[in-house]
Design a protein around this ligand. Structure first.
Ligand SMILES: [Zn+2]
Length: 65
């Protein structure tokens, strides 16, 4: 797996979930990725909301998660 880091805080080795969320919520072809914390700030939502989303996408059988 590629070592992708957060565009904002430079945290390295983003998880599959973080990468998947960026793709799902920002852009399928995103070139900048966000860790879950920075993504929450960027989208102005709670961390909880994003964690729920991950579960939702998993339940849908999304191949990004
Ligand atoms: Zn970050």
């Amino acid at each position: 797996m590629k070592n992708i880091s957060c565009y904002v805080c430079k945290k390295e080795k983003l998880t599959k979930n973080e990468i998947g969320l960026t793709k799902k919520l920002i852009d399928k072809n995103a070139k900048r990725f966000y860790c879950i914390k920075c993504l929450a700030e960027y989208l102005e939502v709670d961390l909880e909301f994003l964690l729920d989303k991950i579960e939702e996408f998993k339940d849908e059988g999304c191949e990004l998660f």
